[in-house]
Design a protein around this ligand. Structure first.
Ligand SMILES: Cc1ncc(C[n+]2csc(CCOP(=O)(O)OP(=O)(O)O)c2C)c(N)n1
Ligand code: SF4
Ligand SMILES: [Mg+2]
Length: 287
């Protein structure tokens, strides 16, 4: 059985010291071990951003795709190879700006993959521009007098897209984050894990302390029911989305694979039997 060391490679991350993404990487590696995976059973598909570098730092299959396009790639990969555990990763710019359409449609489509969204409320890689998750009034080079656009409400958006699994973690809570990723990978459908992963270099507002002062863990609520969407939404609104834990789960929603019939053995056998010769003939037909 694989141990933590098996998911480590010798590539040194170029993240700034203190970046929240280190903890996300560690949680992901620990989750892989807890799930009993071998490196060849895991694929990490990233977008572009500091967060997008994560796939290069884990020993597993890794794809560094284009900005905002990790999710279409990840879904295609999963449908072509259902035995792979596919985790897509990216930042708030990647998933909530250029890739927002893919995020929304992936959630409602419900292909059995996990999406770990590293939300630092800023564009880190490109040196600190305002993102769709930046707070109102947030000042950067692109909003020198303060952001005037309402931030995207990630959790509410996910629920409106009929998400079947929504969790939220924080970089300092490594064990909790690991457990959320484990639960997300086990969930038989699209699972969103939004992680508050502070950018220590370009976001001096939403710092570790800022999140620590505001985040509330849902395990502190006596009567929290993650299967009651109305109440979950109400709780999210009351706390302005600043919650951690497994916030929502719908066990009845069928995955895309189930609904489409791709989950059945026959369908997948047909896909697998597709030979190189047949593929080349198909290409010829299109010439
Ligand atoms: C098509 C395209 N547009 C713009 C860029 C420039 N770009 C690279 S990363 C990025 C945003 C990064 O922010 P985020 O996704 O939040 O990731 P972070 O660096 O904060 O982890 C942008 C705009 C690009 N690489 N490709
Ligand atoms: S710029 Fe920000 S997001 Fe990027 S590595 Fe540095 S701390 Fe992390
Ligand atoms: Mg970002």
């Amino acid at each position: 059985m694989a141990v933590l060391q098996d998911f480590r490679n010798n590539v040194k991350p170029n993240w700034c010291p203190g970046c929240g993404d280190y903890a996300v990487q560690a949680a992901l590696q620990q989750a892989a071990v807890k799930l009993g995976l071998e490196p060849h059973q895991l694929a990490i598909v990233c977008g572009i951003g500091c967060s997008g570098r994560l796939s290069g730092y884990v020993y597993a299959y890794g794809m560094h795709t284009t900005h905002g396009r990790a999710l279409p790639f990840a879904q295609g990969l999963k449908l072509a190879n259902p035995e792979l555990n596919v985790i897509a990763c990216g930042g708030d710019g990647d998933g909530m700006a250029i890739g927002l359409g893919h995020t929304y449609h992936s959630i409602r489509r419900n292909v059995n993959i996990t999406y770990v969204l590293m939300d630092n409320h800023v564009y880190g890689l490109t040196k600190g521009q305002t993102s769709p998750r930046s707070d109102l009034g947030f000042k950067t080079k692109t909003t020198p007098t303060g952001n005037i656009e309402t931030p995207v409400a990630t959790l509410e958006m996910a629920l409106s897209a009929e998400a079947s699994f929504v969790a939220q973690g924080f970089s300092t809570q490594l064990q909790e984050l690991t457990d959320l990723i484990v639960a997300a990978v086990k969930h038989p459908g699209f699972s969103l894990v939004n992680v508050f992963s502070p950018c220590v270099t370009f976001n001096k507002v939403n710092t570790y302390d800022w999140f620590k002062e505001r985040l509330v863990d849902i395990s502190t609520f006596a009567d929290y029911d993650r299967h009651d969407k109305g109440k979950v939404l109400q709780c999210i609104l009351e706390h302005e989305g600043l919650l951690t834990g497994l916030l929502y789960e719908d066990k009845n929603k069928k995955s895309y694979e189930e609904v489409s019939g791709l989950a059945s053995d026959n369908q997948m056998q047909a896909v697998r039997k597709f030979t190189t010769a047949e593929f080349n003939k198909l290409l010829e037909d299109f010439r």
